[in-house]
Design a protein around this ligand. Structure first.
Ligand SMILES: Nc1ncnc2c1ncn2[C@@H]1O[C@@H]2COP(=O)(O)O[C@H]2[C@H]1O
Length: 235
């Protein structure tokens, strides 16, 4: 997972990168400029905690470059990865909206550039720009749909669960390219945590899927040539 921009480029392009976030799509530029005027951009190394579950916080965060994971713990104290978010995604909106402590931890997976917006600016934007409210509702609907789908597959076999985890990532983070849908080639321990399977099982299933041509692995990318074919492996 390489950085796409240098730190200097990112700083000088901060406004352009922020404006490109899906939340702002279709909004008048003056409204975007107003919303992002107090945004502070920071660079974080990999494995840095950005938010801690149960902390109070006053910002909403936009990923300008890199990847973060949404992490919690189960009743046995085992780490559970709930989601992986990449460029253009936002997090921290839940505490901003319902004014309760953070619902999960958020940790960087790679070197990551993040813009933080004061919660009151975020709430003001949603109150004054109906399209921003619609975009936010769409984002939350997408996350709920992803979680429902994963709950449904909790008892399925290991191939189904790995395939579903890859499709889950493709729906959230996938980029359509000529050769298929690209998703980050995550370390197997992250896929293990996302799918709830042992790391060795994930490795075995990925090799199986690769042999069948259902996935291709290229450095920091995993390519799904045909999403429908991968979906057909889910029983
Ligand atoms: N299942 C999920 N998928 C994506 N993001 C999530 C998920 N659960 C929590 N988050 C994000 O993680 C953030 C943690 O802080 P907040 O509760 O303020 O807001 C939360 C959301 O932005």
């Amino acid at each position: 997972m390489e950085e796409k921009y240098s730190a200097r480029e990112l700083n000088s392009n901060m406004n352009a990168l922020m404006s490109a976030a899906p939340l702002f799509a279709g909004l008048p530029q003056p409204a975007v400029d107003k919303a992002i005027k107090n945004v502070v951009t920071r660079s974080h190394p990999a494995n840095q905690v950005i938010l801690l579950e149960n902390d109070w916080g006053g910002s909403v965060y936009f990923i300008l470059n890199g990847w973060v994971k949404i992490r919690t713990y189960n009743m046995d104290g085992k780490e559970v990865t709930l989601n992986i978010l990449g460029i253009g995604e936002l997090f921290g909106e839940m505490a901003a909206l319902d004014q309760v402590p953070r619902s999960t931890d958020v940790i960087t997976l790679t070197p990551t550039m993040i813009g933080s917006m004061p919660s009151q600016d975020f709430v003001q934007l949603v109150k004054t720009e109906p399209m921003a409210g619609v975009r936010l509702a769409q984002l939350m609907a997408k996350r709920l749909r992803q979680l429902n789908r994963r709950l449904r597959l909790r008892e399925s076999d290991s191939v189904s669960r790995v395939a579903d985890t890859l499709i889950f990532l493709a729906e959230g983070q996938g980029k359509s390219q000529a050769q298929g849908t690209e998703i980050p080639n995550l370390p197997h321990r992250e896929l293990s945590s996302l799918s709830g399977l042992a790391r060795e099982t994930v490795t075995r299933v990925l090799t199986k899927l690769e042999k069948k041509g259902l996935i291709l692995r290229e450095h920091d990318l995993l390519i799904i040539p045909d999403l429908a074919a991968l979906e057909d492996t889910i029983v």
